[in-house]
Unconditional design. Structure first.
Length: 354
């Protein structure tokens, strides 16, 4: 298991210390650094800005939203960043949810799995650069049919030759069918709220997708599972868990509509449906403090590493045997060196780097 660093998306502004943390992650031997987007900062600009001062670490988006760009625009950004970084870019994509897609991007949200399949297929066509891109799908049609436009559209091929025609594409997936689809068509999986307790179920879903996987893609033994894991060092478990509770409350109660919250569904499957009912009720009523307080400590301990160094060392063995290939550390940038030193014995991080 390797280490990655998750910068995420911005809140009210650029996260303090992010550039320094990215440089520290490279210096400490981390394999990768990842940015994200919701409905504020985008994922690509910060990654290029901060990544421009790095030389070795891989640069990934976790995630870039499908609805934010057409498939060809995503492919253009990917091949551009791959060239500028010397072959270090990883395109992480996700469908997001109907609140963001319909509310922010003004697009419909039908059949996200089928749309994801078409999107990835087009990106791969662009990167392969074997012929002008044409596509006749249910969601994407290239060129645009004459009866939907001027009739002047024509098949085009990227003017830029991609540095890597097989540039890796990772997918965010939370539901069982989406996870299996990811194993079928992508090069890696970006899960949310991963827990070692569900590892066998995760492996079974991945195996289902691998059984349908094309031989033209990377072999199964090169498939990556890059899981974001919050890590908080504190004087005790409860104090550390308090730093994670707002994050869980936001995703369980505030991200997505009632009855259509894919993030909450993951926690429901873990057995926390009753707790999530309370969290969501408080959040939707505008009482964020009570929503945060309703997040159980045992839930936090399932999806995060929290507490003193000894507490975290005791939790690590459960994570070591999982399907995770990269533990994507979410932590205070100032704590990164201490966290790296603590995790070095459990992951493939150079000892001399920490």
């Amino acid at each position: 298991m390797r280490l990655g660093y998750y910068v995420g998306y911005w809140s009210a502004g650029p996260p303090p210390g992010a550039q320094e943390a990215v440089l520290a992650a490279e210096r400490l031997g981390f394999d990768s650094v990842w940015t994200a987007e919701a409905y504020g900062s985008d994922a690509l600009t910060p990654l290029a800005w901060w990544g421009a001062r790095t030389s070795r670490i891989r640069l990934g988006t976790a995630i870039a939203q499908l609805s934010a760009r057409t498939p060809t625009a995503a492919a253009m950004a990917a091949l551009t960043l791959d060239h500028l970084s010397g072959g270090r870019f990883v395109l992480g994509l996700g469908a997001s949810g109907p609140q963001v897609v319909e509310g922010w991007y003004g697009q419909p949200y039908p059949r996200p799995l089928a749309r994801t399949r078409e999107y990835v297929d087009i990106v791969r066509h662009v990167l392969a650069r074997e012929a002008p891109v044409t596509y006749d799908g249910d969601f994407f049609r290239l060129p645009l049919p004459a009866d939907q436009g001027t009739g002047l559209g024509k098949p085009l091929r990227s003017t830029v030759h991609p540095l890597r025609a097989d540039l890796p594409i990772h997918l965010a997936a939370e539901g069982p069918r989406n996870t299996a689809l990811t194993a079928e068509i992508a090069d890696g999986w970006l899960p949310m709220f991963y827990t070692p307790r569900m590892d066998a179920e995760h492996r079974a879903l991945l195996a289902e997708g691998f059984a349908k996987r094309s031989g033209a893609l990377r072999p199964v033994d090169e498939f990556e599972v890059t899981a974001a894991v919050p890590v908080v060092l504190a004087d005790d478990v409860e104090q550390a868990a308090d730093a994670i509770r707002p994050h869980v409350a936001l995703y369980a109660g505030g991200m997505g509509a009632k009855g259509a919250n894919f993030h909450r569904n993951v926690l429901d499957r873990l057995g926390y449906a009753e707790a999530c009912d309370e969290i969501q009720a408080h959040y939707l009523a505008g009482d964020k403090a009570r929503a945060v307080a309703a997040v159980p400590t045992e839930l936090v301990r399932e999806i995060a590493l929290v507490g003193t160094p000894d507490d975290i060392r005791a939790q690590l063995p459960a994570w070591q045997g999982t399907a995770i290939t990269t533990m994507l550390v979410q932590t205070d940038p100032r704590a990164l060196p201490a966290v790296a030193a603590l995790l070095a014995g459990a992951v493939d991080a150079p000892a001399d780097a920490v």
